[in-house]
Write a protein of this length. Sequence first.
Lengths: 232, 179
Amino acid sequence: MPRWGMVIDLDKCTACQACTVACQAENNIPFAGPDEAALGRSKHWQDVMAEMREEGRYPDFYVQFIPRPCMHCENPPCVTVCPVGATYVDDEGIVRMNYDRCIGCRYCTTACPYAIRYFNWYAPQWPEPYENYLNPNVPLRPKGVVEKCTFCIHRLEEAKQRAADQGQELTDADVVLLPACNQACPASARYFGDLDDPESTVSRLARSPRAFRLLEDLGTEPKVYYLAEEKS
Amino acid sequence: MDYEGFGKHAALFKPLERPGWRFYLVVAVLALIVVTGVGAYIVQLVCGLGVTGLNRPVFWGFYIINTIFFIAISYGGTLTSAILRLVNARWRLPITRAAEVITVCALGIGAFNIVLDMGRPDRVLNMILYGRLQLLVSAADPRHRHPAGQIPESQAALPVFGPGLHGHRSPEAPPRAGY
């Protein structure tokens, strides 16, 4: 059974936010609009955070950009607190969401230290032409439930089915660019794969001395690894 | 009705039968507040929780504050009643009565505020159908003592509640769970 994980190379990342846009289009995430976004209600399953460093003045200013999907923790606080078991870790280590069971108490959004879970404050709406571009493989979320990054599990299922149809095993090369964010990355800074397979790209990169994870001291054991930027 | 039979307590029962205009004024004002609240809740049900002004990362606001407030009030009522009973105060009866009424009412109001706070109050039954005792469980969860360690399957569930009740990997989760 694979244990899916992701590696993001911060040295390659140019903070172009193509991953954010790709995720938005792939996963049918509605636009919040300027008013709602000002309230902090815009939804980005995959976001790019900017951390301003205080060192230096304008031309010699240093900003650390960190693309942030769901960390798919080994010990996820959101799963621990859910009162109805609507969010759970599946057999392959992906933290998933049962939209039909969620009661919208927002306990998980409060518990997540990475704040990657998003609540549907209103029913999702798209402007006129965009409704025709919705992805049929991803369910729409009604108002009042919580949603989150899925590591593009519909693409994963599709790849598994394709491999099974051809009578082959799912190889590392099949999945390394599988999620929409990875596929869209122009700098190919993102890798996806099986962390349990010692030969896979992600587990080789995760063993690198540059590898770190966000808020590691919380004990959530995230499965998204970052490769630290080499200071020039 | 004749209050003579109540003797010296007649004055106490009189307002129950013939309330004055002040009583109706208070009822009218309070009913107006209740109607406003019900109307606001209907707006919230129809439009979504966005109308409450909660946002990210302020996911919880006044509803949860109200819950904590009213439940704390009900604790206060219990405590007052219990102390007066324990010290066997002779004069305690009216105070105990008021404290216990406050306890019962405030507890209900506090619990109801959680329903108001829910995004999908139509699924409130899921709390019973799929309920998880995570408060008990997280205190006993070995993962909280060994955050980095791998927990053996034998320790992963409390025998009292049966296997897998608090397991993070729930096999009974339906496969069509949405991605």
